[in-house]
Design a protein around this ligand. Structure first.
Ligand code: UT7
Length: 338
């Protein structure tokens, strides 16, 4: 590696998070649907989730998280904004330019990444690429989703799991020896499983038209058990692989920050890796599955409540629709989430 390349290593330097204030408990859901607090806690580990009020869009959450990440990094501007989301404000245009404008960032590069629950890791890798290619010196990466806006109100399974939120990080240029330097990252997909997590109507395959509207299905659907198996296998494998690329054994990992889908999945991932369950951070009990926001929200919670400290060896991993999955390894930097 040349000296110039060493100075272009992407390094984490800010972290912000935001969840909407409205709390929906399991008992709230049980008043509307055939479910119970006992079932949801036992099968998912989730106690409550946050849900936007009608009229609040994904960009509203993304702006809040972005503002806080800028504050955490003590920066007023960045060179590029990436928003990872599959619940954009509208199908066209992307949400990121709107977020950049509302943050007052001027005419910066801004685009969305759509990799469902793996979106944040795809966004992080894209941001790292912008830095190493000298396209940008600082990048704001926001994972933001409002799945409550695409769930079938009558579907007890998805409504029990998903919540809304946004989390954001900032990458700057630095050196590979610094805490926060983004280490090896693995990204993968298997489109043959694209029907396992989907919104069938409203895209180019099945546009919603007045004459066929009664056959359209505009809601988010998930084949829970197949997704469960895929999440467990691929997150464990991806996490183990990036740790190995980084030169860490499983015992060296201080904290695994896995996509917060279901506490049974988190425990199964830890068990498959041979990692102490205590090292796998759990945040979903309070926010549910927040899709692209899940990893940055979990990182912020891990710093505030989970004992994540500068120098700790972190592996982040995710799995989601596409199917997509990935993982990244880094040592935690000395930053205070906002
Ligand atoms: O973010 C992307 C990644 N997403 C995930 O990783 C999610 C992965 N999947 C899961 O977390 C689990 O599969 C679920 C939580 C979605 C479902 O849990 P499960 O233990 O796999 O349940 P199941 O689908 O096998 O269903 C068992 C029973 C069914 O009833 P019958 O057919 O046996 O009578 C469901 O209808 O549980 C029923 N059920 C519920 N019962 C009460 C499903 N949802 C609920 C509910 N309350 N909310």
């Amino acid at each position: 590696m040349t000296a110039a390349e060493r100075d272009r290593t992407p390094v984490l330097c800010g972290l912000g998070s935001w969840v909407p204030p409205h709390v929906v408990t399991n008992d709230d859901l049980a008043r509307e649907l055939d479910t119970s607090d006992e079932w949801i806690r036992r099968r998912t580990g989730i106690a409550e989730r946050r849900v936007v009020e009608p009229g609040t869009a994904t960009s509203d959450l993304a702006v809040e998280a972005g503002m806080r990440a800028l504050k955490s990094a003590a920066l007023e501007s960045v060179d590029a904004v990436i928003v990872a989301t599959t619940t954009p404000d509208q199908p066209c245009p992307a949400t990121a330019p709107l977020v950049a404008a509302r943050l007052g960032l001027g005419p910066v590069a801004a685009f969305d990444v759509g990799a469902v629950c793996t979106g944040f890791l795809y966004g992080l890798a894209a941001a790292a690429g912008l830095i190493t290619s000298r396209t940008a010196g600082t990048v704001l990466v926001i994972g933001a989703d409002t799945y409550s806006t695409v769930l079938d109100p009558a579907d007890r399974t998805t409504r029990a799991i998903f919540g809304d939120g946004a989390g954001a990080v900032i990458l700057r240029t630095g050196s590979p020896d610094e805490d926060g330097a983004i280490g090896p990252t693995l990204l993968a997909s298997d489109g043959s499983g694209s029907d396992l997590i989907r919104i069938s109507s409203g895209g180019s395959r099945d546009p919603i038209r007045a004459e066929t509207a009664d056959q359209a299905d505009p809601f988010f659907r998930m084949e829970g058990q197949s997704v469960f198996r895929g999440a467990m296998l691929h997150m464990a494998e991806a996490a183990r692989t990036v740790a190995e690329w980084q030169g860490w054994g499983v015992a060296d990992i201080d904290m695994l920050v896995a996509h917060q889908a279901n506490v049974r999945i988190l425990h199964a991932v830890a068990d498959r890796m041979g990692l102490d369950r205590e090292r796998c951070h759990v945040h979903l009990d309070r926010v549910g599955n927040t899709a692209a926001a899940s990893i940055p929200l979990a990182l912020a919670d891990a710093v505030t409540h989970g004992g994540l400290r500068p120098g700790h060896r972190v592996v982040a991993t995710a799995f989601g629709g596409g199917l997509t999955w990935g993982a990244s390894a880094f040592r935690w930097p000395d930053i205070t989430p906002s």
